[in-house]
Design a protein around this ligand. Structure first.
Ligand code: P6P
Length: 334
């Protein structure tokens, strides 16, 4: 029996399918693969070395930065710059985008990467799974010239690739280039990712809802009504409630088992909490490619025009049927 493809073999095999197959995207994925292995090594031993806990610094969002947040951010940025693949990088942990220096002709590069280097990092100290989320666009400014904010403020539908690394009971890379979603599992003994989840699709029906119900009293009425709908003894309900506090982990479980993730606007945070550019859009691209749906309750996430790097949007994502029911509840109230 032939063994499953490695991530490297798969990228080469599928490269010809990619619209801009100059090999840059392959090199870009190879750098993400390397950074994922480096971060995985630290995440897996976080309890043993002084890399746990709070770094006593805050990011632009005013959120406490964990030491591993900063470590992961540095590793992904360093790997992308060292390999001279991208002309710009944006990160949850960086106030502004990074224009990759022009000494090594970086401005001739055609791609920008946006990322959440360690999503769900509050889970680190309690040994629960975390993830890295990445989103890749072709620049819109002229190749050879300086990268500008316009290269980053593109609608999610313009993404050329997106994916996540999940550091869980096993470490996986799950990504799409617009030709479906494929998952690769790391064999830590040899440091190789193997194709373990080809052509991932949401199951036809979902039975899990994922939301922080502690915020219930602050939710829009449509979300409150939907949560009560999920809990009602009727037809295929009540659904199961599962919420890990890590978007990557909740999404990954719901993609495999069928479910919906909700991070609504609240009276405290009218725009919600999740960031459009490097959390919602990459997950929304994956969800759509896997036969699911994402929106802010009214507009498809991938069609929202970004206006700033760190902007937040309400985010709902999951099985198409579950999403249509939720949107029906939300749209009753306009
Ligand atoms: P709360 C992690 O900080 C994150 O951005 C997502 O990964 C996660 O789903 C959400 O926030 C958790 O937020 O407010 O429920 O703790």
């Amino acid at each position: 029996m032939s063994r499953p493809s490695t991530l490297g073999e798969f990228i080469i095999e599928k490269q010809s399918e990619f619209q801009y197959a100059e090999g840059e995207l392959s090199r870009l994925f190879n750098s993400i693969r390397l950074a994922a292995k480096v971060v995985n090594h630290e995440v897996n031993k976080a309890g043993l070395v002084d890399i746990l806990g709070n770094a006593n610094t805050e990011n632009i969002q005013g959120e406490d930065q964990q030491k591993l947040d900063i470590y992961a951010n540095e590793k992904f940025i360093q790997t992308l710059i060292n390999r001279n693949i991208v002309c710009g990088i944006a990160s949850e942990e960086e106030d502004d985008f990074i224009a990759v220096n022009s000494q090594n002709n970086a401005h001739s590069n055609k791609y920008v990467v946006l990322m959440d280097p360690l999503d769900g990092s509050s889970n680190i100290d309690v040994n629960s799974s975390v993830g890295t989320i990445f989103s890749i666009y072709r620049r819109v400014t002229p190749v050879g010239g300086p990268v500008t904010i316009d290269d980053f403020l593109q609608k999610g539908r313009q993404q050329v690739a997106a994916g996540y690394v999940i550091y869980g009971t096993s470490t996986m890379i799950v990504y799409t280039t617009g030709k479906g979603v494929n998952g690769f599992t790391l064999n830590p003994a040899i440091g190789t990712f193997y194709l373990s989840h080809p052509q991932m699709k949401f199951p036809e029906k979902g039975g899990i809802y994922s939301v922080n119900e502690g915020n219930y009293i602050h939710f829009p009425q449509g979300v409150k009504d939907y949560i009560k709908y999920c809990q009602k003894e009727e037809e295929d309900r009540p659904y199961t409630s599962r919420y890990i506090g890590s978007l990557v982990s909740d999404f990954h479980r719901n993609l495999i088992k069928g479910g919906i993730y909700l991070y609504p606007s609240t009276s405290k945070n009218p725009k919600g909490k999740l960031r459009l550019l490097y959390e919602c859009n990459p997950i929304a691209f994956l969800a759509e490619q896997a036969g699911g749906k994402s929106s802010d309750g009214f507009t498809d996430t991938l069609d929202i025009q970004p206006t700033s790097l760190h902007e937040r949007v309400p985010f709902y994502c999951g099985n198409t049927g579950m999403m249509q029911t939720l949107e029906g509840f939300l749209q009753r109230y306009g």
